[in-house]
Design a protein around this ligand. Sequence first.
Ligand code: CA
Length: 435
Amino acid sequence: MAKRTLSAHRSWLTSANDPATDFPLSHLPYGAFEAGNERHLCVAIGTHLLDLHQCASANLLPRSLVAACQAPVLNPLMALGPRAWALLRETITTLLHASAPPDRRQATEAALHSITGTTLLRPVEIPNYTDFYASIHHATRVGAIFRPDQPLLPNYKHVPIGYHGRASSILPSGIPIFRPVGQTRPTTPGGMPPFGPTKSLDYELELAFYIGQPNSLGMPIPIGKAHQHLFGVSLLNDWSARDIQSWEYQPLGPFLGKSFATTVSPWVTPIAALEPFRAPTSPREKSDPKPLPYLRSAIDQKQGSLDVQLEVFLLTPTMRRNKLDPFLLSRSSAKDLFWTPAQLIAHHSSNGCNLPIGDLIATGTISGPKLTSAGCLLELTHNGTQPLALPTGETRGFLADGDEVILRGFCARPGHPRIGLGECRAAILPAHRSH
Ligand code: CA
């Protein structure tokens, strides 16, 4: 059975059959790249990308998909809906499959370009960005730092917590970010708040879910239909300035400590490619409340979580100079989240809020039960008070200028080709000094 599944995904492109590739034929994540002066959509396959604009020009795609595949962003394809998404995946799979006839193969080969040397762009026009707080392990550990007597607030197991983020500062992987400047807590009671570059710059390891089908204003999305609204998944780093955040967040929540930058990975994994990697929802303890009916569905409980394994690496300027590999900071899995993607979508729309095409819903920091699976430095270093020792002899309580944070994600299960979400990375530039 396993052999049959693997051979069903064999491509004539050798690099797509490498067991270590992020992009086998069963994956086909969408992206966008700079093609001369234009912006073309593409899918990743092995070490290459397949230019969808070029495929459409060469009459390799169904007529109904041509306009969407020649658009500069994925939004028009998202608008066509799940049947069109399935048709495009099926068409591309046939073109790249080992059994493709020689003439089709030749025409497809002409639209293949090496990923190395191409500039990947942010593939989705994002109207809104919402960030949740779906990891109970993150919520508990962060809560324990600030409220040792009550780490988890009483609402947590009833209501998915989230806030409205900033879409304008979402950047594609590889673009460096400036260290933000802002107000922080006065150092003496009643004193003036300092204003300057953050001293507590942190990353947050998250998954991003792209909304592919909208709901009308006033029309909640039932949990049983939430999956039809989900187009795909990427990696996301929700950069955070902890000192700015902790001074400003009461009573309305995160603002400038978060809105200065968010980095997304360039590839959007179609939700269809994640089907073999579904998992039961994180088990609730016996004493835990059941989710309210609008957040509960038997299918979602059985297979609503995604077993995406996640890693965070740090590359300091010293490591870069000495040509050392990035240092692994933590490992976790999205299957440990307390709330599923369907629950987040159902909850977000439960008040009638409309989620337009391209909206980005992030999970919140993904941490596991152990400290080695903590998805941010706030947890790993106990708010900077217990700095990490790096192999270079350096230490980090929070991020330093020149540091680069690299997120990686992959899914692996016996009998299925491994798929990888690629990388979400960015380095930190010193703060602007224009104030
Ligand atoms: Ca976050």
